[in-house]
Design a protein around this ligand. Sequence first.
Ligand SMILES: [Zn+2]
Length: 195
Amino acid sequence: MQHTTFRAADVNNNAYLDLRLTPGTTVTYHGSKTEAHGTYTVQPCACRHCAARVAVGRLSNRYALHSPTTNKRVLVHVRHTSVTPLPTEDELQEAGIFLPTKLVAVHLRRILREAFPATTFSVRIGNQRTDARYDITVRWSGGPSRTAVATATAHLKASYSTPGRYTARPVTVTTSGRHRSGRPVLNNLHLHHTV
Ligand SMILES: [Zn+2]
């Protein structure tokens, strides 16, 4: 079983997760257009801006989202941090060892401290508006952008390194000298950034 290694350098590269998803991957969209939240399939974005990039030999770094039923294009120029791939049917059948949300929060505090040492983050289980015991809410002021934090934490929600596999890889957390490993149990990660 391969474990996630987190490299702080990834955080500073906004293209880290851009277009890691193969065309046709099913995702949930949770970006800023809340009325459009739902399930889609991804394609590379071909809007005017992205087409201009491609024309000068740079890859499109955003997704277009298509309806999974009609394949009609619904949204364009969507950031990688606004979509999360859904596990495949096969992955959902797999048994596994899970890392409780409480320990995911411990891991999350550690990676945020490593990646953004100058910023203080509040990491709490739950979400103020709902009873969500498998959700984590992160708040911070100033410092890194929401996209940078979403990039640094994306591996807790999904795997992007193996085509066709989307379930988050196991992570190892050490508390009081004890190692615990498992797939992170994290339904939603709420990021609240105050500039
Ligand atoms: Zn675009």
